[in-house]
Design a protein around this ligand. Sequence first.
Ligand SMILES: Nc1ncnc2c1ncn2[C@@H]1O[C@H](COP(=O)(O)OP(=O)(O)OP(=O)(O)O)[C@@H](O)[C@H]1O
Ligand SMILES: [Mg+2]
Length: 270
Amino acid sequence: MALDMVLPAIILLGIVVAAMAYFIRRASALVRELERANRSKSSFLASMSHEVRTPLNAILGFSELMSLELYGKVEGEKNKEYLRLIQDSGGHLLAIINDILDISKLEAGKFNIYAEKIQPCQIVDTCVRTIEASAKDRSITITQHCHGGTIFSDERVMRQILINILSNAIKFTNPGGAVHIIGEQLKGQYQILISDNGVGMSAEEIDVAFSTFGQVANELTKKHRGTGLGLPLVKRFITLLDGSVGISSNPGKGTSVTLSFPLKTTAKNL
Ligand SMILES: Nc1ncnc2c1ncn2[C@@H]1O[C@H](COP(=O)(O)OP(=O)(O)OP(=O)(O)O)[C@@H](O)[C@H]1O
Ligand SMILES: [Mg+2]
């Protein structure tokens, strides 16, 4: 290189290095700012959910007391109906708040996972009992074939995963439809397959369904209440349990969800 080229080359290099250093500094400041904003969002959601839960529990508790008529009769069919609506809407609101609280805890990395000895078949059975009434209301039959012994996992989290998937299977299946559950130990994992013959989804719709607040427009989504947090929560929960979730679905034919749980989940005390 000619000598008279060296100086401009050094100056250019200096400018490039200075510009890069400036951009790296700006980018890391921006990342720090975003992390701070995300942490404030999560802590805002957590405290907001907590603040709302307290009065909501009072509304639920007192309306329940009123419906038990311990302190006097509730007169008139309309009053009884309104009391039922208060309880129903309060219960729904509580479920949404709990979901938001879970999402914000998961995003803040503050969700503890316990690993205890559990019997998956027993958990499947309890979950089926929980949603049996809504299935009956919609004339949907549920069959379950569950085999296998014990695994080490977090019972509460596993139950919530199952309830979310089962309630979807019932919500998005037309009256007269069927939901099948198969649970078995397979390839060193415990697999639970939940299939329905409901409205189904296309591949693009499955992506939407797994996004936070994502809901697919179909004739049944309009009829049912929902927030679009059920599947994103399932995805995050099962990942925390060191397991996985897979969905195969066909529009108009139905959906099959495969939940794979490790035989031994690692406890996470965050
Ligand atoms: N078994 C299924 N069959 C057809 N569509 C489904 C099924 N499960 C989920 N979906 C679609 O995926 C969307 C997202 O499901 P997700 O459970 O996250 O939300 P949601 O059930 O609408 O509300 P939430 O669970 O918060 O009450 C649903 O709105 C529905 O459109
Ligand atoms: Mg759901």
